[in-house]
Design a protein around this ligand. Structure first.
Ligand code: HPA
Length: 278
């Protein structure tokens, strides 16, 4: 299914419904989309307000175990923030533009940075389970793009330059935060696969040859949609397992367990990142 020509008005409807359902004192400055097992950042919010996705018009429901499916508003180190606890994926059967829709709504709320997070399989030699990796670029192997279909010019251009999709200034802030919080931060290219099955060992060998350091099934559609709207994007992978063929067999429970174990460092880093906005 293609996006409606009036995608912008759907985004507006969702954004105004959020403001009505959960009036917040100050508009959020930083938005987060929290992946599998990474939702605990919200536990660090001061005075959080929670809104289930089901109450937000046009928001796709999240059905994956380990994803709460709600929007959380609050303050982190004194900065107004908003976070999605849980996201949808293309493999759930949604069109790419629908998967990216909530990211567009966060951008419409006026955030100055969108931070995308995910659990990912490690491909590079440094990418062991528990490592955190800033995404510096991506390979889109999903076979789809959320910008396919009629382009709503009020949202962004038809032909979008991706040379700086992952904002270099935000990446620099992420490096600074990692240093300040003594968190080891790797950097690398993220390959998005369609899923829902994990990759074959042959696919992982291909991705390694092509320069990917991590592999997952999310993030790229949201990054494209936010960049389309001109919102700066940062992205962070929590490496939860060695990619297929490089270690033991893969399981979703291992993914959520390892991301939960890494959550203190992950949250420290993101808290430090938000502090750069003071
Ligand atoms: N592959 C794809 N997606 C993932 C992986 C993986 O190895 N680990 C966590 N999400």
């Amino acid at each position: 299914m293609l996006p409606p020509a009036s995608l912008s008005s759907l985004v507006d409807t969702s954004a105004s419904a959020i403001q009505t359902l959960l009036p917040y004192a100050s508009p959020p400055r930083v938005g987060f989309i929290l992946g599998s097992g990474l939702g605990m950042l919200v536990e660090r919010f001061e005075n959080p307000g929670l809104l289930p996705y089901a109450q937000i018009p046009h928001f796709p429901p999240s059905s994956v175990q380990g994803h709460a499916g709600r929007l959380a508003f609050g303050h982190l180190g004194g900065i107004a923030v908003v976070a999605m606890q849980g996201r949808t994926h293309g493999y759930e059967g949604l069109a790419p533009w629908q998967t990216a829709f909530p990211a567009r709504v966060l951008c419409r709320l006026g955030i100055q940075a969108l931070v995308l997070t995910n659990a990912a399989g490690g491909i590079g030699p440094d990418m062991k389970p528990g490592e955190l990796m800033a995404i510096v670029d991506h390979l889109n192997f999903s076979g789809a793009n959320p910008l396919t279909g009629p382009n709503d010019e009020t949202l962004g251009p038809r032909f979008l330059d991706l040379s700086h999709l992952y904002c270099p200034q935000l990446l620099q802030r992420m490096r600074k935060a990692a240093h300040a919080r003594s968190v080891v931060l790797r950097e690398g290219v993220y390959a998005m696969m369609a899923g829902p099955s994990y990759e074959t060992p042959a696919e992982i060998r291909m991705l390694r040859l092509l320069g990917a350091q991590a592999v997952g099934m999310s993030t790229v559609y949201e990054a494209l949609a936010a960049h389309h709207m001109g919102t700066p994007v940062a992205a962070l992978s929590c490496i939860t397992n060695l990619a297929a063929g490089l270690g033991p067999l893969l399981s979703h429970s291992e993914v959520t367990e390892v991301s939960a174990q890494s959550s203190a460092r992950f949250c420290d880093l993101l808290e430090g990142f938000v502090q750069t906005f003071t």
